[in-house]
Design a protein around this ligand. Sequence first.
Ligand SMILES: *Cc1c(COP(=O)(O)O)cnc(C)c1O
Length: 416
Amino acid sequence: MCFHYEGGELFAEGVSLQQIAKQVGTPFYCYSTQKLSQNFNAYRNALSDLNGTVCYSIKANPNLSVVAAIARLGGGADVVSGGELYVALKAGIPADKIVFSGVGKTAEELTEAVRLGILQINAESAAEVEMINQIAMAQGKKANVALRVNPDVDALTHVKITTGTKENKFGVPWQEAHELYLAASKMPGIRIAGIAVHIGSQLLDLEPFRLAFTKIASMVRALENDGIIIENVDLGGGMGINYNVELPPTCEDYAQIVRETLGDMRKHIIVEPGRSVVGNAGILVTEVICAKSNGEKNFIIVDAGMNDLVRPALYDAWHTILPVSKQGIAPIIADIVGPICESGDVFAHERIIEPVQAGGLLAIMCAGAYGAAMSSIYNFRPLVPEVMVNGEEFAVVRKRTTYEEMLSGHVIAPWL
Ligand SMILES: *Cc1c(COP(=O)(O)O)cnc(C)c1O
């Protein structure tokens, strides 16, 4: 009951969204602490017999309070940039629960990761392994390194979020991984800590996971036959959520696949869920600016735009859109669109929805992951506030940026 109606009014836990809108203005993101905890604990409980660590993938939502909530629950973090590493530490996640992923880490980012002695750096190429070796030697250290291998398994998801096939830029090619492990194990700056895989996002079928994990198990056995000990098996993220009518697997179903493919090896299992922890724990609330009709089509124009939530424009994503106050009026069919000067700025095509007049509020559901995280100031629009709710209380956990702040780094060139 994290987002639910009470007497026709949409609530986030015990707080009315109308009330939040009055105080902070629109648009705003709203996160439920309770839902976040439930989603995180579902992973932790499902993996409890597997010696598992849940390393929340910060790129899904890097809000400091969201990450702090994960830290309080005992979670780790998966980071893909120096900025995310900074957020993880600021939120209270210990360095020894942080994994660093990403296809193009810079020397500067790796230097910081090695200095901190994080749980593991997931290297994606021979060149990166060599760079880590040099950096660690310069610090007189051994860096904890895993290879992110590309198992060439199709995640059967949207092409822009498929990462584990030969066509993708991600990971060490399957055929080269074993040899690179042998080479890395001889480098003085490298301690082989584990193996990593991440095949894509919004997976609704467990079979691609089973295929990938089975391949990982066979590679671990082959490496250990050659004397290379693998401690951590990092299975990545990617579990899907229900945006509309999807039927995603449960954490128990997922854990069962892990047990069946890797359970007998008794490794430290790392998972890196992002979307499935924070996706349905957040919504975007927006106000209707005006409704218009051109005789053929109805448009509902709202004050949120693709700069605030780009998923519909970028991934053709469906988001359920609900009136914050139900009027009980017969629904119409309308396009729900933002104010940005782009025809792609559409949240929903031909959606059946109660007609909401100017000033009314709509809630765009399941916007907690890759929502605020991917927002921009395109059209020079301020980043919207992020609000977190906990029972009867709420707090603004990131305030709306001001025009002044938006211009703060700008300088007029001296010759102008
Ligand atoms: C994006 C990403 C994740 C999280 O993916 P979700 O689909 O949000 O669970 C995990 N690991 C890596 C390496 C990633 O790039």
